[in-house]
Design a protein around this ligand. Structure first.
Ligand code: ADP
Ligand code: MG
Length: 267
């Protein structure tokens, strides 16, 4: 069964979309079958995957509001080597429309049900808010990957996100866990970065990924060519860091599966 990860943080500009695109491409490069879902009306993950958001017939909007089937919205990112459920500005309307639809928090989860087993990883690029779209992402997910910059206010925002995750786990999706915290745009020369990093390690322990993503101009340039950094410049520090993250994620997933199997035999 594929692992479904929501990439979420209600703060904008922390590297959610950059992580979604580059982690998807890195997992695909290690021969995993990957689906990337763009759940942000800005459509940045769509454009960054080389798909023109202004030319979509069907998208996540039609899928969530019951106007199309998954196969009609799904496309292929040749630049990334993964499948994509694309989005554009139409998705803004879904935030409101969803409120009046049945099973409004579960619509993405239900839409994914038929393809969950087909993928090794399904990544969901969430919008920068805790709205109904993000709730759909968190209800569909097994885990949340939280990208964050190591700056002072990052910790403050984090408690609101952790509370939301706990509330959704209690009310709507008991299997939801924090998969990991990812330090993005990491600059070890900055003493605040090191301070915040220490606090994160203290509070989150093993949940903090060992891999850090450095600030790297290639990661910022690649989306304007519709490519992950791995396709745009595979030697770049950014591309290499996201490959390392994919490795860490795959190792952790295997370890968790082994631990669960042992627990099962002991039952
Ligand atoms: P979010 O999806 O959380 O709003 P983005 O992934 O769009 O954040 O990143 C915000 C901006 O920072 C974008 O312009 C992106 O290209 C840039 N960026 C993200 N990660 C890095 C990085 N590691 N190094 C350099 N620029 C980055
Ligand atoms: Mg984004």
């Amino acid at each position: 069964m594929g692992k479904v990860l929501a990439i979420a943080n209600q703060k904008g500009g922390v590297g959610k979309t950059t992580t979604s695109i580059n982690l998807a491409a890195s997992l695909a490069a290690t021969r995993r079958k990957v689906l990337l879902i763009d759940l942000d009306p800005q459509g940045n993950a769509t454009m960054g995957s080389g798909i023109d958001k202004s030319e979509l017939d069907d998208s996540v909007y039609e899928l969530l509001t019951g106007r199309c089937e998954l196969d009609q919205a799904r496309c292929r990112s040749d630049n990334g080597g993964y499948d994509l459920l694309p989005a554009n500005g139409d998705l803004t309307a879904a935030e409101v429309e969803l409120l009046d639809l049945p099973a409004r928090e579960h619509r993405l989860r239900q839409a994914l049900e038929p393809v969950r087993a087909h993928y090794d990883f399904i990544l969901i690029d969430c919008p920068p808010s805790l709205n109904m779209l993000t709730v759909n992402g968190l209800v569909a997910a097994d885990g949340v990957l939280i990208p964050m910059q190591c700056e002072y206010y990052a910790l403050e925002g984090l408690s609101a996100l952790v509370n939301t995750i706990q509330r959704i786990a209690a009310a709507l999706n008991p299997s939801l866990k924090i998969e990991g915290l990812l330090r993005t745009m990491y600059d070890p020369r900055n003493s605040l970065t090191l301070d915040v990093s220490k606090q994160l390690a203290h509070h989150f322990g093993e949940q903090l990924y060992k891999t850090v993503i450095p600030r790297n101009v290639r990661l910022a340039e690649a989306p304007s060519f519709g490519m992950p950094a791995l396709t745009y410049d595979k030697q770049s520090r950014g591309a290499v860091a996201y490959l390392a993250l994919a490795g860490e994620l795959v190792r952790r997933t295997k370890q968790a599966a082994r631990a669960a199997a042992v627990a099962d035999t002991n039952d």
